[in-house]
Design a protein around this ligand. Sequence first.
Ligand code: FE
Length: 133
Amino acid sequence: MKDKSEEYWKKKLTPEQFQILREKGTEPAFTGALLKNKDGGMYHCAACGTSLFSSDTKYDSKSGWPSFWEAVDKENIELKDDKSLFMKRTEVVCSNCGSHLGHLFEDGPKQTGLRYCINSTSLSFSREKKKDK
Ligand code: FE
């Protein structure tokens, strides 16, 4: 989906989603709808639906953005050097559609030491289907 035009995304996404996903924006800390979500399920790319993070790896980093210590599949995310804002950071991008998700830091919990710091606006959540007993 990386060949989709910005016109395509402008029609598909809300203005807020477009600004963050396509123009590498950042939502204000502690405002994201999924920040405090503790339900079991899967976090997808809000632009294209690719599975990105499992609720099993979500934790409270106190940063104000949804944080995960591991991606559900490394193939589904792309890491890029980001030298904007006079900082050297690692940008996290959806590998399917190229949309901006957030940044990766190396101050995460002991499982991996990683913190995927992701905009709530860049994510859509699907609850795990309850298994029939
Ligand atoms: Fe995507």
